[in-house]
Ligand binder design. Structure first.
Ligand SMILES: Cc1cc2nc3c(=O)[nH]c(=O)nc-3n(C[C@H](O)[C@H](O)[C@H](O)COP(=O)(O)OP(=O)(O)OC[C@H]3O[C@@H](n4cnc5c(N)ncnc54)[C@H](O)[C@@H]3O)c2cc1C
Length: 173
């Protein structure tokens, strides 16, 4: 099914840690933002699976402080209990096989698995899942983003989006 073209201030392509962080910042500053992701789930490489009472992070395992704290969602995620501080004992393995104690690092891990970080970052953002962006074309007032659905359900999704700006938050080919 083909829907109408949607016009936004910013379209963020990719709902991983980068895209969701950027989208939140823009949304909080009053921009009309839409995030698109080719997957059904959110988070990209922030991925976790539950096995009984155990949560296994099979992508990113922990976060380190952001270089620019003004962009960092870590404080909010800590306050919400999504992240917790983690300071494991660290060791360096020398060439001769000896372990020497290293300075503990400041790390943050997710209490309920890393995908919960994506869920918390997504909040009330407009997110279009299962939609792969396939082409970007300059347009009079910005960009036209052409895409395709990646699942074969009957949901009506726009075949193209138009935006004044785009944030590309996908891995390099
Ligand atoms: C096994 C593993 C362990 C790791 N451990 C750590 C760690 O402990 N600490 C750490 O800091 N980092 C770690 N990393 C790296 C970290 O996970 C990544 O740097 C980070 O998650 C990347 O986020 P991102 O948003 O840039 O990209 P991604 O998470 O890759 O998100 C990109 C998103 O874009 C979507 N996408 C791609 N192409 C399109 C398209 N054409 N249209 C629409 N959507 C599209 C994808 O579906 C995906 O959801 C690890 C990575 C792996 C794989």
């Amino acid at each position: 099914m083909q829907g109408a073209t949607v016009v936004e201030d910013v379209v963020v392509i990719g709902a991983g840690l980068s895209g969701l962080t950027a989208a939140r910042q823009l949304h909080q500053r009053g921009y009309r933002v839409r995030v698109v992701d080719k997957s059904r789930g959110l988070g990209g490489r922030l991925a976790a699976r539950r096995r009984g009472s155990t949560v296994i992070d099979h992508g990113c395992r922990y976060l380190t402080p952001f270089i620019d704290e003004s962009f960092s969602p870590i404080a909010q995620l800590l306050a919400a209990g999504v992240l917790q501080l983690w300071q494991p004992d660290a060791f360096t393995l020398g060439a001769e096989g000896a372990l020497t104690a290293a300075h503990p690092k400041t790390l943050y891990r997710a209490t309920e698995g890393m995908s919960s970080v994506a869920k918390a970052l997504a909040g009330d953002l407009t997110i279009q899942r299962s939609w792969r962006a396939t082409a970007l074309t300059p347009w009079a007032r910005g960009w036209r983003i052409t895409g395709e659905r990646t699942t074969s359900d009957n949901q009506a999704e726009p075949q193209a989006l138009e935006a004044k700006a785009i944030v590309l938050a996908i891995p390099a080919p």
